[in-house]
Design a protein around this ligand. Structure first.
Ligand code: ZN
Length: 487
């Protein structure tokens, strides 16, 4: 095919005019401007998607309508979508383009139990559901899909090379989706992976998180009349209680930064029957996976001891094992550069009013100090990686490929995670504004990675350096499939 071009040198800047229009200069300013413009045009649609996911509020492994909503949008845009990956019906991989480099963006969309809330500044559960997006994953999934759409737009227009992948990762709250997707072989061919999370601040993720194992211990005893013939019974609940006592004694002798928490998911039927079955669900966390494994070994001994003491039997089921996040300096800096370019969300008076109302309730419950309602500035790059005290299954990906991300203000300043206040904020224009900034930053960062082998090399070198002396091990039994449900 006949193709012509001529080169115009103007004030030291080189543009090529060809049959495909302006081929961007190395800085990619035209591409960047196009990404922002395209996402601005998609804003009404993205807000609709966020509101749908917000209202569906489906908990992990049950995100049927949410994942379908996202998949439909990606398919319509021309992405090749594979659903039900890693034996999870609500997990998907959407791909556009071909060849190297391969850049991944992560989407999450699961909600939390007991957090139903309307979009108002005072506590009022929304009618008809008990769940809510207290972690803002409705915006998380939507912005990542939005970034995918913008990338596809510039990929076609500027004839870019490489592959864009959007991963639909279910059940983040129970640290399941990405772990099992990784064990199924996904993510490993990525050159870089990008992610984001709604938060109270605007910052790049130059951070680490805690490793976490999730396991259930089921004790079995012998039922009997609790008053008439207690001597004929063996209480499974005794096993659970003794185990918890042991775990609480262990607590003092592990690192202060480690965490052990549990809920009793089955404590028996009623008091006049010696419980034949009882179950306790544990999360054990530590800053390093290696420490977490040691704590968990100890906990298993405690469970065995409790079974011996109560003359019951105990069975253990590991649901998941997730690793701490490995930071990546070049990717974090790249993301921060684009976050600064886009700018923090621009909140208006209505946003400030809602945030102030939400803060009032937080102040009453948790003693929050007086502070501005919403963060509208961008944090500078930290001197060393900061530590998030939670866990994320993004960690497992970061052990295999360079991974970087960001957080934008979608919640009132000072809000605790997993709170009804966050459900209200992320369903309001506060969340929408944070979400749009995140979509732009993800798309701009991914676009630069598609075009810059030097950035990818730097990210890879940093990754290799940080992974020295680490090797990925998992407590999940070999060949175990993702659970069908978690409760
Ligand atoms: Zn979350």
């Amino acid at each position: 095919m006949f193709r012509y071009f001529f080169v115009l040198v103007l004030a030291g800047v080189v543009f090529e005019f060809g049959a495909t229009g302006i081929v961007a200069d190395q800085g990619g300013d035209a591409i960047d401007a196009d990404i922002v413009k395209h996402l601005d045009s998609l804003q009404p649609e993205l807000i609709d998607i966020n509101q749908d996911l917000w209202a569906f509020a489906e908990v992990g492994l049950e995100e049927n309508r949410s994942s379908k909503r996202l998949v439909e949008v990606l398919k319509k845009a021309g992405f090749k979508v594979t659903e039900g990956v890693a034996n999870m019906p609500t997990a998907f991989v959407a791909e556009y383009g071909a060849g190297a480099p391969v850049i991944g963006i992560l989407a999450e969309y699961d909600a939390l139990p007991e957090l139903s809330q309307e979009v108002i500044g005072t506590r009022k559960p929304a009618a008809g559901r008990s769940t809510g997006h207290g972690c803002g994953h409705c915006a998380l999934g939507t912005a990542s899909i939005g970034a995918g759409l913008a990338l596809k737009h510039i990929y076609d227009k500027y004839k870019l090379k490489g592959t864009i992948r959007i991963y639909g990762t279910p059940a983040e709250e129970t640290l399941i989706g990405k772990v099992y997707m990784l064990l199924a072989g996904l993510f490993r061919d990525l050159d870089a992976c990008l992610h984001w999370h709604p938060g109270t601040k605007n910052r790049t993720y130059f951070s680490a998180s805690k490793a976490c194992v999730s396991a259930k211990f089921t004790f079995s005893g012998i039922p009997a009349h609790a008053s008439g013939s207690p001597d004929k019974g063996k209480s499974a609940l005794d096993g659970v209680e003794l185990m918890n006592v042991g775990a609480n004694y262990m607590r003092e002798h592990i690192k202060e930064t480690s965490r052990v928490h549990y809920v009793i998911t089955n404590g028996g039927g009623q008091p006049n029957v010696v419980p034949a079955t009882s179950q306790v669900w544990y999360y054990v966390r530590a800053n390093d996976h290696e420490d977490m494994e040691k704590h968990f070994d100890w906990l298993k001994d405690i469970a065995d001891g409790a079974a011996k003491m109560s003359r019951t039997k105990v069975k253990m089921q590991i649901d998941t094992d997730c690793h701490e996040l490995i930071p990546n300096a070049p990717l974090s800096k790249l993301v921060l550069k684009h976050l600064k370019k886009v700018g923090a969300p621009k909140f208006d008076k209505a946003d400030h009013d809602l945030a102030r109302q939400l803060q009032t309730s937080i102040r009453a419950d948790f003693g929050l100090k007086e502070q501005k309602p919403l963060h509208d500035t961008i944090d500078e790059f930290p001197e060393k990686p900061y530590r998030d005290d939670g866990s994320t299954d993004v960690g497992d990906i970061s052990w295999h490929v360079p991974t970087g991300g960001l957080s934008t203000a979608c919640f009132a300043a000072g809000s605790p995670g997993h709170s009804w206040q966050n459900v209200a904020a992320v369903g309001s224009p506060i969340g929408h504004k944070g979400m749009m900034v995140a979509a732009k930053v993800l798309a701009l960062s991914a676009a630069e990675l598609l075009q810059s082998p030097a950035q990818l090399q730097a990210a890879h070198a940093d990754f290799q350096q940080r992974m020295k002396g680490r090797s990925y091990t998992t407590l999940i039994p070999k060949g175990q499939r993702a659970p069908k449900s978690i409760r």
